[in-house]
Write a protein that binds this ligand. Sequence first.
Ligand code: SF4
Length: 286
Amino acid sequence: MFTEKSSSNEKRLETMRKNLSNIENKVESILSKDALTYNDKMILLSCVNVSFHTSGKIESIFSIDSCAACDFCQKMIKNASCNPLIICGLCYAAADAWKEAAWRRHKINARIFSSVLFSTEELKTLNLHTALLVRFNEDGDTVNETMSRNYLRITAAFPRADYGYYFKNYPEVEKGLIAEGYTSREKLPKNVRFIQSSVLIGFPSKPVWFADAVFTVYPDAETIKNAILNGSIECNGKKCMVCGFHCYLRNRQSTAVNIAEYLRCNKAAREKIMVAYRNRIAEISK
Ligand code: SF4
């Protein structure tokens, strides 16, 4: 039944879509130029979405997000259709319910940061002046070296903040690190913690040289209990402020620590994942 409320919602949606299309068109028209002026770059940076989270898991943290529409995430999501242990099969950011506005704003971020390399001075125009904690990629992953370099330059542009840089696509993060002169663990930026997300549920990925932590999701109560008994830090879906912002503030050590989180999904998905998990354990122990 048609109501006044549904009509006003429709109007809001229409306005939101129109605004997003305007931003997308503006960005694409600038990116289609052969050479960008300083002013073009400033316009692009004004189109970047910087979020400050006032509730939820990352309450009190700023985030700059990419988008699961990128080639890397789409490949991982496709691979997950053949292997239920690949965490990307449960990606909330790729789910239909994910809000259109966030999806499109993050896609614009990814387009800008993967296409243009900004200077540290230029990046100082981002709205991060009050930030103390910043997360890269709550949504999406590092698309390419240019994006990685821009993220690293943001950490130099706002040195007062501490950063949690989450990634699965480590080759692109690494290329950015090398290009920016961070060529060894000792040289890594002091205000950034590199959090490597494990690809497989229940199986921590081998840490890359620059990882401060390997973040793994475990499929049931017993597997996460074992991980914690074996030294993993418990994340377990808490608010980051409850754990003391481990992923952002923990002192850098010579090797990566493990962080374990309990898988949140429905019963049917968990059962399917547990079958795959047990099969893999059996295969490994052959
Ligand atoms: S370990 Fe702590 S900081 Fe890291 S994601 Fe979990 S709750 Fe947040």
